[in-house]
Design a protein. Structure first.
Length: 293
């Protein structure tokens, strides 16, 4: 988890003092990583020196568009309690929901977002392939268990050496069993964008996440989002319309940026029609592994 933005620690830490359940854990704050819209992420340690991440929602946090901070914290907490040991090993530590406190304590995930890592890596084919494979396998584990992540974006894939950690499970769910209201629009599959515009459910499945994963890798490699919006500051509804209608439009940007054997696999994830894409992230790993032979 990388520091994204900072705020005055005293204000956040003052609020933590009013959470007896959290105080009982012995968590000590070392850094306020983010603090926005009433939701803070803090980095610290537990008494046994375990490095931990604390996500906490303040009482004044209000729903913003489709996002309700309290609801999302509750969802992520319940998801990690149910699936964390299998799908996000070691993530869950404790939470305050049973005491009416809105906080979630998790193991700190080392690493940097995959787009930032891409900018500073050596760019060797073997190094890129290793990280792409590790990222794909972490998401494929979810899909094999009948779950989707729901919010694939560069900051949710953290690279630490050759390992990749998947974080932020607030929108994780079983396909078709969730009132999905959208995530970061730039990495959304065309069919997902279209269904959101039509207010139809069943919008995220493993095949749509194949597209999202390709979009994340495309952005990491090029620094550009996959769909060229006419107006980058356009309302979200306009961006959804562009994605649903056009899909992936910046087809030439990978040329010369990545070796052909890597770029072709990513481009096959980004096909507009789901049936034209790589069928699964297991197939992605097979194809990418085959490139090394």
């Amino acid at each position: 988890m990388a520091s994204i933005e900072r705020t005055t620690p005293s204000r956040v830490e003052a609020y933590l003092e009013h959470l007896p359940g959290l105080r009982a854990t012995g968590f000590q704050t070392h850094q306020v990583v983010t603090d926005r819209r009433g939701v803070a992420l803090l980095r610290g340690r537990l008494p046994d020196r375990t490095e931990a991440a604390l996500k906490v929602v303040s009482p004044e946090a209000q729903p913003s568009g489709p996002y309700d901070p309290m609801e999302m914290l509750q969802r992520e907490t319940k998801w990690l309690c149910k699936y964390g040991s299998e799908l996000a090993q070691g993530s869950y530590i404790s939470d305050g929901l049973a005491r009416g406190e809105h906080w979630l304590l998790m193991a700190w995930q080392r690493g940097e977002p995959i787009d930032r890592w891409h900018r500073t890596s050596s760019g060797s084919v073997d190094g890129l392939r290793k990280v792409y494979l590790a990222a794909a396998k972490s998401i494929a584990r979810l899909h094999s268990a009948g779950q989707v992540h729901g919010d694939l974006q560069p900051s949710h894939l953290l690279v630490d050496g050759g390992n990749v950690g998947l974080i932020d499970f607030a929108l994780s769910h079983a396909p078709g069993a969730f009132n999905y209201r959208g995530a970061l629009v730039h990495f959304m599959a065309p069919e997902t964008a279209g269904m959101l515009l039509q207010r139809v459910n069943l919008v995220v499945n493993p095949l749509s996440e194949v597209y999202s994963f390709g979009a994340v890798l495309f952005f990491a490699a090029t620094g550009k989002i996959p769909t060229a919006y006419g107006n980058p500051k356009a309302p979200i509804q306009d961006k959804l319309s562009a994605i649903a209608e056009l899909g992936f439009t910046r087809t030439d940007l990978l040329t010369g940026t990545l070796p052909v054997e890597l770029s072709e696999v990513i481009l096959d994830c980004l096909q507009k029609r789901p049936g034209d894409r790589i069928a699964s992230l297991d197939e992605f790993t097979e194809r990418l592994s085959g490139c090394a032979q």
